[in-house]
Design a protein around this ligand. Structure first.
Ligand code: ZN
Ligand code: ZN
Length: 668
């Protein structure tokens, strides 16, 4: 017999009861528990139905049933611990079983303070904590930094004679270590002697030391512990990585015999934190080769890696992995996917992800709006901003950086200024430094250099390097030597170690033909020992990221690449290209001038791309510095002659080369 659909809100499928089950009013405890365990863990709607049945059948008074019900509500996937708390508050005289479920839920849902207050409720109700209660309580104290309560709980553990329990002990060690109280932690560890102590307590000690940067102490424990398991290695690896000692972490990772999911995540996360994206990607590859499934939490960070190195292939692989495994695309994962596609130059794919997303956070809108903006699709960015307003989503400061950027690149001065003025008035957002920078850029790009300068003078805060930088860039584009010179020197004073600042200033002098001043800047740079950043370009090909540095010949295919480069340059010259040698002889380019322009890293990467790419495909190149004028014109011609679209990301913006033209319209 089954319940009828009319009992439930329309459109909601009721829980099917099989024919051997009794009418809902006579369901046994076992049946109710079965329903909870089998049907209610993934659907809040089913859970609410089951809840109603439980109330109707008076099983709610059964702590075993109400506890299981609470466990379902506390599932972090529902992201609704308030609801779980309400249910908990309704359970009459909850026993220790129910309380432990609530304690665990409060930690899993990131509300540890509720665990501590639950303990006080237990005391009032006289429901005696057991060995499952204390590990959770210690964890809650560690997370919230509640030293007083932690010490108190430890005293209760001693009083109840539970000190020998390994889970309590390891949680206690971790708690004390998180307080920085190593003596107490060590005391707990050493209490029962070396041989009897469980390995997880040793691991907790290692973890505790490393969380506080005590590398030597951790290493001593690691070396001297009687037994090691994979957790011990993992604790060392993630701890060392967290302390910035990624190479030591890698050595251990390579040495360890058996690895688990956590080991892989630990080393990859470590690389990402150090911004060693190429290495992170290589380990991720190795993981795929060894057929190890990446854990869910690793996916957004790996997508960030793909975005940074421009690895579209790997990014796509992750996207299809998500689809193959029916992984739910929440706001974090979805936003990471959008960001990856945007940064790899695939706005169409980014848009597709955006459209499909069920839950969109402000960050999701920002990723899409900002993405359209940096690709020069100003109108589309503005349309999306309007749509966002229409859906009553409140924009934040980052949203405005996106739309102001869009206006700046499209020369929509009045619209941009209007938006800027509406920030505080309409949206109650206080403009910050980044927004001031956007306005300077907006005015400056449009040739309103004097207005931009006046705007800087009227700012309520002292302008930072980014704001001055935007003005200097405007001076460079519009050939305003006098102001550019002044701003250039201000910037040199503010950032004397930044080689890019020297480059931009000398660039302005060079454009005005003031070679003495170019020489003066160069001399100063030499005296101060400033070295230029070596140019480097990356290209994703066949699932691997290839990196090329200026004049670098370490790539195994270098011979073929240089042959291709020669061929390419010959072809370009037939088409009327002549190397822009003025760049070489007088100016300091960011990528230090070299004897031959064709050794610029982006040209080498391009030649490599031409060598391998199928006709008609789009080539993606990521460069660490601004693209130089010579490479820019070469790229335009290549896109025409070879029929490849080229998307290049330099330090400042995106260039879409197509049919001999660039999307930046030669302003960058
Ligand atoms: Zn170049
Ligand atoms: Zn361009």
């Amino acid at each position: 017999m089954s319940t009828t659909a009319t009992n439930f809100p329309s459109g909601l499928k009721p829980i099917e009861l099989s024919s051997d089950q009794a009418p809902s009013s006579k369901l046994s405890q076992k049946t109710v528990l079965d329903i909870l365990n089998k049907k209610c863990f993934h659907s809040l709607q089913h859970l609410k139905q089951a809840h109603a049945i439980i109330l109707k059948t008076a099983h709610f008074h059964d702590h075993f049933v109400s506890g299981t019900l609470l466990k379902c509500y506390a599932n972090p996937n529902f992201n609704n611990f308030t609801l779980a708390t309400k249910v908990f508050d309704c359970i009459p005289r909850p026993n220790v079983f129910v309380c432990n479920i609530y304690l665990k839920g409060s930690i899993e849902n990131g509300e540890p303070h509720k665990a501590i207050s639950c303990y006080h409720k237990m005391m009032v109700l006289n429901s005696r904590p057991n060995k499952f209660t204390y590990p959770t309580l210690f964890k809650a104290c560690a997370v919230t930094g509640s030293v007083k309560e932690g010490v108190q709980f430890h005293a209760f553990v001693v009083k109840q004679g539970l000190t020998g329990d390994v889970h309590i002990k390891s949680a206690g060690i971790q708690m004390y270590a998180s307080f920085g109280l190593f003596r107490e932690a060590r005391k707990m560890l050493d209490e029962s002697g070396k041989t009897q102590t469980d390995v997880i307590c040793w691991n907790a000690m290692i973890d505790g030391y490393l969380k506080c940067g005590e590398v030597e102490a951790a290493n001593e424990v690691f070396v001297n512990m009687p037994d090691k398991n994979v957790g011990s290695w993992n604790a060392m690896i993630s701890g060392l990585a967290r302390c910035g000692m990624i190479e030591n972490a890698r050595t251990l990772f390579d040495e360890m015999g058996e690895r688990d999911e956590i080991s892989w995540s630990a080393i990859i996360d470590g690389y990402i934190k150090q911004r060693c994206f190429k290495e992170a990607l290589e380990v991720f590859h190795q993981m795929q080769r060894e057929k190890i499934k990446p854990s869910r939490h690793l996916l957004p960070s790996m997508l960030t890696v793909c975005a940074n190195v421009g690895s579209l292939d790997q990014g796509r692989w992750i996207h299809s992995f998500v689809e193959r495994n029916s992984i739910q695309v929440d706001a974090v994962l979805g936003t990471a996917l959008i960001d990856m596609y945007v940064k790899c130059g695939r706005l169409d794919m980014a848009w597709e992800v955006f459209e499909k997303m069920k839950v969109r956070e402000v960050s999701t809108w920002n990723a899409m709006i900002g993405g359209l903006a940096i690709h020069g699709r100003a109108e589309d960015a503005m349309k999306l901003f309007t749509k966002m307003n229409g859906e009553k989503r409140k924009p934040n400061g980052v949203t405005f950086v996106g739309v102001l950027n869009a206006c700046a690149h499209a020369g929509m001065v009045e619209r941009g200024l209007g938006l800027f003025n509406s920030m505080k008035r309409v949206y109650e957002i206080e403009p910050e430094m980044e927004h001031f920078g956007c306005v300077v850029d907006l005015l400056g790009r449009a040739g309103l250099v004097e207005e931009a300068e006046k705007f800087i003078e009227s700012m309520p805060v002292k302008p930072n390097v980014a704001v001055w930088g935007a003005l200097l860039n405007a001076c460079r584009i519009h050939g305003n030597v006098e102001l550019g010179e002044r701003v250039g020197w201000i910037l040199l004073d503010m950032e004397p170690r930044n080689s890019g600042r020297y480059a931009l200033l000398s660039n302005i002098y060079a454009k005005a033909g003031r070679w003495d001043d170019v020489a003066r800047v160069r001399k100063l740079m030499k005296e101060r020992g400033i070295e230029t950043v070596p140019g480097s370009s990356m290209m994703d090909m066949g699932g691997k990221v290839h990196e090329f540095k200026m004049g670098d010949s370490s790539h195994p295919q270098m011979k073929e690449i240089y042959l291709m480069l020669e061929k390419m340059m010959d072809k370009l010259q037939i088409e009327g290209y002549s190397p822009n040698t003025s760049m070489v002889s007088y100016d300091i380019e960011e990528e230090e001038k070299e004897t031959v322009l064709k050794q610029h890293s982006e040209k080498i990467a391009l030649a490599f791309g031409l060598l391998h790419a199928k006709p008609g495909t789009t080539l993606h190149i990521v460069k660490n510095l601004r693209v130089c004028a010579d490479c820019h014109s070469a790229f335009k011609l290549v896109s025409k002659i070879y029929g490849h679209n080229i998307i290049m990301r330099d330090r400042v913006r995106y260039h879409h080369f197509k049919n001999g033209m660039c999307s930046c319209k030669d302003f960058w």
